[in-house]
Design a protein around this ligand. Structure first.
Ligand code: 5GP
Length: 139
């Protein structure tokens, strides 16, 4: 497996060098709106510790991350009123991974509304910001 690149875009987001619409942050974890959402409320949950994907992550990091993902998903569901959600996590380019810093996708599902393509259109920033605020207030 290719080595982890500590200059990847999610590290720049963690450091605040690139802006994001944040929904949750603590010592170990950051959650923010996906900029190319597959559905309304598509959120990413990432550890602050670097790993390329599931295989090189420390088990303690994974354990913490899934617990935080549960917490964020509950807020996303309350804020969006979605009918369900998917947790997605891709490993390597052949599987669809495009950013090589471990992350879980929380993708809300709505009855009768198909998902948009993975890494499709960039969403309207104001709409993402408003949704992030709604999710933040749903914890
Ligand atoms: P992957 O394809 O690696 O599983 O997921 C990476 C996700 O990050 C994609 O869904 C993509 O839309 C999202 N993404 C890529 N660049 C940025 C960015 O600069 N900001 C945010 N918020 N999301 C990004």
């Amino acid at each position: 497996m290719t080595a982890y690149d500590p200059d990847n875009i999610f590290v720049k987001i963690i450091k605040g060098e690139i802006p994001c619409h944040k929904v949750y942050e603590d010592d170990t974890t950051l959650a923010f709106m996906d900029i190319m959402p597959q559905s309304r409320g598509h959120t990413l949950v990432i550890p602050k510790t670097g790993s390329r994907n599931l295989l090189d992550a420390q088990p303690e990091v994974l354990a913490d991350l899934i617990g935080k993902t549960q917490k964020v998903a509950a807020a996303v569901m309350r804020a969006t009123g979605a009918d369900g959600f998917r947790i997605m996590q891709f490993n390597e380019a052949q599987a669809g991974q495009t950013v090589f810093h471990l992350h879980f996708h929380i993708v809300p599902m709505y009855e009768g509304i198909p998902l948009r393509p993975h890494t499709g259109e960039t969403a309207d920033h104001e709409a993402l910001g408003a949704l992030a605020e709604k999710i933040r207030s749903a914890f």
